[in-house]
Design a protein around this ligand. Sequence first.
Ligand code: ZN
Length: 200
Amino acid sequence: MSEKGFAECFVKDGSSFTLEKPAILIVDMLNDFCKEGGSMVLKEGAEVYGPIAALIAAGRARGCPIIYVNDCHRPGKYDREFDKRAPHCIDGTWGAEVVSELAPAEEDYCVKKRRFSGFFQTDLDLILRELGVKTVIVTGVVTNICVRSTCHDAFFLGYNVVVPEDCVRATGPREQASTLWDIATHFGAVSDSGQVIAKF
Ligand code: ZN
């Protein structure tokens, strides 16, 4: 029997990674989640503006695709997510827009999603395959829900997953720590923006 506990039985260190054909995903950096007056605000979301902006600038300079994955629900229509969560990110409203600090450029991609994962019932996988992407650098909010769901699906679909921990925030410190641990041990690598930028 192994001396190691369940979580320690990984074959590759959870902080080691390479950036084979990378794309940067920016998950849910939207006014409703990040800005005062939003419908479901995570105050700590503002802490990741700087690191994500630096990552985007470095990636863009090297031709790395920048893909925004944005929660977006239809106005006035039933959406099953609202059985569980208060209404948020209604299409066409301020709340559904990317925060001005990280506004997408003309050449960037924007993918609308109606569930937590950026891959579920969207064309994100198709975009990544068309671009020949092998590695997704996943950033945004919140670590333990939409970032996590997106990392799960990315891994299941065969992508390498890298999460810079200074570019994601969870609903609390416990959720941040536990989610990053799970990602590092089961789904990909956890690093920081400086380490990722150094490998571009
Ligand atoms: Zn939603």
